[in-house]
Design a protein around this ligand. Structure first.
Ligand code: FAD
Ligand code: NAD
Length: 462
């Protein structure tokens, strides 16, 4: 048995763990990251990056499919074909490049990356099993960054054509029919991609609308676009199991419906990997299935920290990364605390949805007097030239001083505006600040300025 010591040991090399490792190395902390799979975690290997690669390929394919004799743009093209095996190979190439990139960044920062499965022995010691050999590592600080995994429905176990997102991102043929159980982030992103590639997609969502975490104004354009793609959306409907004909769904009125399909994608949420790494032996304070953390990502055990999906919602890569960087700085002695005003969220549907900060109902629930402003993309020259005029940008600001509390939007390509939204909120911008900044014309970003002008009562272009 090999024995190692270090100041900081990180279990898990996903966005939370590897960013913590890079930042700690930069700060001169003797750090080890232990990862049982490939560096980059869920996000890089089977999540954010592969899904966005598939979405991009599907968008390109669909765009060309639209270029028929009737195309308003006057472009016509012969029917495109897709070799999904090659698309998947291209996607895997990107993932491999980024795997090597993460390993290189850790190396350059002076942080050691060890392959293997880590298990706690106590709050200062872990055993790492690599192949058949064990390494005992003792550290002053240990960060739990083990992430999350897909929720499995007991009556639809994964395998035998019931897929989780990982399987759905590696198909080598476009399924003729695809039933998606769960109309949340993953179901809609991947479901839309397969609909664009030619699958007949049915989405089964338990609540009364898709993406129930967003308000219906934001999801309406997404629903419209799904319908235009020929996707069947069943809301207030629950999957109950499968039979030889297909997926059994219980509808709102209690009646059963069979969706004829041989392929089912189950995307009903993700759960933290609390069962990993012998975490249970530490008896940490928990919030349900999540590890409880304070505003510094400290757990209830001294010297044990936790970051990323294992610590709660929102389970997003950029939150995990920000937590990881913060913990590295805290271990280095930098005074830090989680003081973020917002964690932006983007749903890469068509059109895309961006939310940042408070929605109107959330502000109202907190008893804050607000004013709102909205700019529809039907009034945007840029949106029209991109055939992307379905959508809007909305701003929520304090009524008294105009400080911006929330920004949301839905529109084609709007994910790239998430940075502007976050900057406005985190820098404490007021409506006047944004409305007086020159926004380049013609861009979708002008919608942000116009929404602020609308909240001030003098929109120029709407
Ligand atoms: P993870 O990325 O899950 O990493 C944890 C790592 O720990 C894993 O690599 C695992 O192998 C390792 N590990 C676990 N136990 C051990 C052990 N005992 N020893 C050693 N290693 C261990 N988020 C976004 O922000 N934007 C997106 O567009 C987006 N798209 C997504 C699409 C899909 C299909 C999925 C599934 C997720 C998506 N997410 C997205 C969510 C994002 O992937 C997660 O929020 C993010 O990966 C969480 O990072 P993490 O570091 O907490 O955990
Ligand atoms: P989700 O929570 O976004 O959606 C799950 C949906 O399934 C919900 O709408 C829920 O009502 C529905 N549901 C639950 N049980 C059901 C049942 N029996 N029958 C029918 N519907 C049912 O979960 P997800 O799509 O699996 O994504 C998991 C997490 O991954 C997200 O919360 C997010 O944190 C992360 N993610 C983020 C992105 C992004 O940032 N673009 C993309 C993908 C995933």
């Amino acid at each position: 048995m090999q024995e190692l010591t270090c100041k900081l040991l990180i279990i898990g090399g996903g966005p939370g763990g590897y960013v913590c490792g890079i930042r700690a190395g930069q700060l001169g902390i003797d750090t080890i990251v232990v990862e049982e799979g490939k560096p980059g975690g869920t996000c890089l290997n089977v999540g954010c990056i592969p899904s966005k690669a598939l979405i991009h390929a599907a968008d390109e394919f669909h765009k060309i499919s639209q270029f028929t004799e009737k195309s308003l743009l006057g472009i016509s093209a012969s029917a495109p074909r897709i070799d999904l095996a090659r698309t998947v190979a291209w996607k895997d190439g990107i993932v491999n490049r980024l795997n090597a990139g993460v390993a290189g960044l850790l190396r350059r920062a002076g942080t050691r990356l060890i392959g293997g499965r880590a298990d706690f022995i106590d709050g200062k010691t872990v055993n790492v099993l690599t192949g058949e050999s064990n390494t005992r590592i003792r550290a002053d600080h240990i960060v739990i960054a083990v992430g999350s995994t897909a929720v499995e429905l007991p009556f639809l176990p994964f395998g035998d054509n019931v897929m989780d997102s990982t399987a759905a991102l590696s198909l080598t043929e476009v399924p003729e029919h695809l039933a998606v159980v769960g109309g949340g982030y993953i179901g809609l992103e991947i479901g839309t991609a397969y609909a664009k590639l030619g699958s007949k997609v049915t989405i089964v969502e338990a609540t009364d609308r898709i993406l129930p975490q967003y308000d219906s104004a934001l999801t309406r354009p997404v629903l419209k676009s799904l319908q235009a793609l020929g996707v069947t959306v069943l809301t207030s409907a629950r999957a109950r199991g499968r039979n030889a004909k297909g997926l059994i769904v219980e509808q709102a009125d209690g009646r059963e419906k069979i969706i004829k399909t041989n392929r089912v994608l189950v995307t009903v949420g993700r759960r933290p990997r609390g069962e990993r790494a012998n975490i249970a032996s530490l008896s940490l304070a928990m919030d349900g299935a999540f590890i409880r953390i304070d505003d510094k990502c400290r757990t209830s055990m001294r010297g044990v920290w936790a970051v990323g999906d294992v610590t709660g919602e929102p389970m997003l890569a950029h939150r995990a990364m920000a937590q990881g960087a913060m913990v590295a700085e805290l271990v280095a002695g930098v005074p830090r605390a989680w003081d973020k005003l917002c964690v932006p969220a983007v749903c890469f549907t068509d059109p895309e949805i961006v939310t940042c900060g408070l929605a109107p109902e959330e502000a109202a629930a907190q008893g804050i007097d607000i004013r709102t402003g909205q700019f529809p993309f039907t009034a945007s020259g840029r949106a029209m030239t991109m055939e992307a005029d379905d959508g809007f940008i909305r701003v929520i600001a304090r009524k008294d001083d105009g400080v911006i509390l929330g920004l949301q939007g839905v529109g084609k390509g709007i994910s790239e505006l998430s940075a502007a939204f976050s900057i406005a909120i985190e820098m404490g911008a007021r409506l006047e600040d944004i409305s007086e900044i020159i926004h380049a014309h013609p861009t979708l970003g002008e919608g942000l300025q116009e929404a602020c002008l609308a909240a001030l009562g003098h929109a120029l272009h709407a």
